[in-house]
Design a protein. Sequence first.
Length: 73
Amino acid sequence: MDRVSTSLLTELTGGALEPGTRLAGERELAGRLGVRCRTIRAAIDALVDAGHLVRGRDDATYVSRRARPDMAA
């Protein structure tokens, strides 16, 4: 897992982002982490594939319940 995915996963599992929370936009995340939007997109895709994030019908990305094992149903 790359640095960006690891950073986002740390926020997810550390409780900074609760399940159901909408993730910030790609541009905002890219600026905050000092990387390109395509890097953010790849990291988000990896976290979606791993079940930590889910894509909404509104093209937004949300924290899944699997991101926080203590919150799993």
